[in-house]
Design a protein around this ligand. Structure first.
Ligand SMILES: *[C@@H]1O[C@H](CO)[C@@H](O)[C@H](O)[C@H]1NC(C)=O
Ligand SMILES: *[C@@H]1O[C@H](CO)[C@@H](O)[C@H](O)[C@H]1NC(C)=O
Ligand SMILES: *[C@@H]1O[C@H](CO)[C@@H](O)[C@H](O)[C@H]1NC(C)=O
Ligand SMILES: *[C@@H]1O[C@H](CO)[C@@H](O)[C@H](O)[C@H]1NC(C)=O
Length: 492
């Protein structure tokens, strides 16, 4: 492993970090060019002409990236504001020593109900969570357990038509030429295809749907403390294996009014898994969150953003709406690349350059936006609390910074399957059927999904095994440019 192994996090989550690292290698071609594209010399050169702003003195790049390969050009950025207690940029490096973490502001009391979710069940007692009742951490769960067999049956009972695509290969887009060419897959990773059910942005300009992935971790408490200080709420896409390790942190996040959403059990690339393995990944993460909070999220983010119509169909049938991060071109997304400071494949200076590019685009965009950041590592939390969030809060015109569900103009009650108002906010699965993103077989169309989808509103739309792909077409043609026409009949 090429990672700088110094942090306590590695001792805790070796498999997750390894999974990311392997993936970064394996998916180099399909993940990294996005970041590389954001850092081309011409962009950096033009940004050096911008006027330095306040905070430039404390935020100036140090250029001392401790063994980190330099980006293609010296990163250049200016910040409107930084946190007076920010860790100096020169200290935010891959091999930095583990820093202290703050205690949680409060300890959740079992039986409490969150004040912002009327009708939520009382908080379970997380002390009695037994890890032995769950699969091994940080590896895809077995598919032959009673639980997974039941979830497979529940997905079948929905009648959802799961497109019959073979799992993708390791090695990224270059090693998947047939899958990339098959635009009917609508594979986000290689080209950026989305469907109408994917949440990719906030509808209102200057609205930022704040998200952090891969926690809860040791450093989540530091992020929570800062968010409390500046009165911000976020969406957290949590990994089931991390919930086993940090149940009290998850309860604190939930009670503090943050949105909790699903980020799988072991953080795999979902398009590489079988249908059953995808169900196991999503099912176990739904279950552990419900066991700790009493409610089940209705949004998910696919690790690495790796989603296609097969993964979409399964997620939607399990009551989970995919949430991506904003993409502005086939090769550029709103990914800060903060994850890679820890492993030494990028620098904090480059991350802040990426952030400045995101800001430059987001400020003039006709819609709001969603950015990829992480609460797993101290480096990612330090760059968020010390630099990115203070800078965003000083932005003029001001941003409205909210959890994703709030930027979609929904109450927090509508972030969870049990409390969602199904008449005013149609659940993921029925919305996907009415939107033509998935279809259900005729015989099952009236079957009530037991895994969180809605029973009612889609039943009239059943149509055998045709898969309608019309709704996502605008996005699809934008990026793939190939597929036109309304309905595909897939070989099933
Ligand atoms: C390409 O895919 C094949 C088939 O899954 C696999 O055996 C091979 O290792 C992959 N190549 C790379 C470079 O990952
Ligand atoms: C928008 O993002 C692209 C890609 O990162 C970047 O090259 C460009 O400079 C950004 N635009 C602004 C106005 O910052
Ligand atoms: C909405 O439907 C789900 C099943 O999909 C159910 O669990 C939930 O309780 C319903 N919401 C309300 C507020 O009744
Ligand atoms: C759903 O929302 C509607 C409109 O606000 C309201 O009348 C209804 O009582 C809500 N249903 C539930 C179960 O809360």
């Amino acid at each position: 492993m090429k990672l700088a192994v110094s942090s306590a996090v590695l001792a805790l989550v070796p498999a997750l970090v390894a999974a990311h690292a392997d993936h970064a290698d394996a998916l180099h071609a399909r993940h990294h060019p996005l970041d590389a594209r954001q850092a081309t010399p011409s962009h950096a050169a033009s940004s050096t002409t911008s006027t330095p702003a306040t905070g430039a003195a404390t935020s100036a790049p140090t250029g001392t990236g401790t063994g980190t390969p330099a980006a293609t050009a010296t990163p250049s950025f200016t910040l409107l504001a930084t946190n007076p207690t920010a860790v100096p940029l020169s200290d935010i490096v891959s091999n930095q020593p583990s820093s202290a973490t703050l205690p949680l502001a409060s300890t959740a009391v079992p039986g409490t109900t969150p004040s912002n979710i009327p009708g939520a069940p009382p908080l379970p007692n997380a002390q009695i969570l037994l890890p032995s009742n769950y699969p091994a951490l940080d590896v895809p769960p077995p598919i032959d357990s009673d639980e997974v067999k039941q979830w497979i049956q529940e997905v079948q009972n929905t009648g959802v038509v799961i497109p019959n695509f073979a799992p993708t290969n390791a090695g990224g887009c270059p090693n998947n030429t047939a899958a990339v060419a098959d635009t009917s897959r609508c594979w986000w990773t290689c080209g950026g295809c989305t469907r109408s059910t994917d949440i990719t942005e906030c509808p209102t300009p200057l609205n930022w749907g704040l998200t952090y992935d891969d926690g809860p971790s040791f450093y989540t408490s530091n992020l929570l403390s800062y968010l409390d200080q500046v009165n911000l709420k976020s969406t957290f896409f949590v990994v089931g294996s991390r919930v086993i390790s940090f149940p009290a942190t998850l309860q604190t996040q939930y009670l503090a009014g943050h949105q909790i959403a699903v980020h799988t059990w072991s953080h795999p690339s979902l398009t590489m898994l079988s249908n059953e393995e995808i169900i196991a990944e999503l099912g176990w993460s739904k279950k552990v969150i419900k066991d700790v909070l009493g409610v089940t999220p209705n949004m998910m983010r696919p690790p690495f953003g790796d989603i296609d119509d097969r993964v979409r169909a399964i997620s939607l049938a399990m009551g989970l709406t995919p949430v991506m991060w904003t993409r502005i071109s086939p090769l550029a997304t709103y990914d800060t690349d903060d994850f890679n400071i820890h492993g030494g494949t990028t620098t904090v200076q480059q991350v802040l350059q990426n952030w400045e590019n995101i800001l430059g685009n987001a400020t003039t965009s006709k819609t709001g936006f969603i950015v990829l950041e992480h609460d797993l590592f101290e480096q990612t939390v330090e760059v968020a609390t010390g630099y990115i969030l203070p800078d965003a809060l000083a932005h003029n015109p001001p941003f409205t910074i909210q959890p994703v569900v709030s930027c979609l103009k929904q109450d927090m009650t509508n972030a969870y399957i049990e409390t969602n108002n199904n008449s005013t906010n149609p659940p993921a699965f029925s919305a996907a059927i009415s939107g033509g993103v998935v279809s259900v077989t005729g015989s099952a169309a009236t079957t009530t999904p037991t895994s969180g989808g809605s029973s009612g509103s889609g039943s009239g739309k059943s149509s055998g095994v045709s898969v309608h792909v019309g709704s996502g077409l605008a996005a699809l043609t934008t990026f793939a440019g190939a597929l036109v026409g309304g309905v595909l009949s897939l070989g099933l």
